[in-house]
Design a protein around this ligand. Structure first.
Ligand SMILES: [Zn+2]
Length: 203
């Protein structure tokens, strides 16, 4: 597994050397149903948690991670949809959302094929408001507000669902959800909990 040290905090970031991969909770772990509580303290422990969440997300690899997915029931999530560089290469764009809120969800909806690090190797189409206004705090407690659209709007709503104990499969019919859970259970029995696909990185 390559070492991931490219979260863009700059070379002097004091936590860089202390980052750690955290275990990701997977269905049907009941902790994923926890309603997370607001972050009230903006301290070094919060920054360290965010660093670890980014490292864990990049290593998985994934594009979003809520704190409860690593067992911390706080209203905190990280997202990186990556930008495209001048030569078409992927450039990291790490974003941190503390105590996020959704304002003005649009009436028009969009559909994305969603996946989740807590629902390994399973994907399904989910319909959500196409655009939202989001309000959140940064690591210093400063409040930000921004209009979100496209994949960012969807990803933010997916991650915010985690803060309410909701997974993307909870948006599916009961039958589809049970099929997904059965597939995961079967994969675990056969292969020790991991279905191999094109996203795998094995050395
Ligand atoms: Zn998820």
């Amino acid at each position: 597994m390559p070492v991931v040290l490219s979260v863009d905090f700059g070379a002097n970031h004091p936590y860089l050397r202390l980052m750690a991969l955290l275990p990701i909770l997977e269905v049907p772990d009941p902790r994923l149903k926890t309603i997370s509580t607001p972050v009230e303290t903006f301290d070094d422990d919060l920054k360290k948690l965010v660093d670890d969440m980014f490292e864990t997300m990049y290593a998985a690899p994934g594009i979003g991670l809520a704190a409860i997915q690593v067992g911390v029931p706080k209203r905190l999530l990280v997202i990186d949809l990556q930008d495209e560089g001048p030569d078409g290469e992927a450039v990291r764009n790490p974003r941190i959302f503390v105590n996020p809120e959704i304002l003005d969800p649009s009436e028009d909806h969009s559909v994305y094929n969603e996946g989740c690090l807590s629902v390994p190797d399973q994907y399904a189409e989910v319909e959500r408001p196409a655009t939202v206004r989001a309000r959140w705090q940064d690591l210093d407690g400063q409040v930000h507000e921004e209009a979100m659209e496209g994949m960012m709007a969807t990803c933010l709503q997916h991650e915010m669902d985690h803060l309410e104990g909701i997974l993307f499969i909870d948006h599916l019919s009961r039958l589809k959800r049970q099929m997904v859970l059965k597939k995961i259970e079967k994969a675990r029995k056969m292969g020790g909990g991991h279905v191999h696909n094109e996203h795998c990185r094995h050395d």
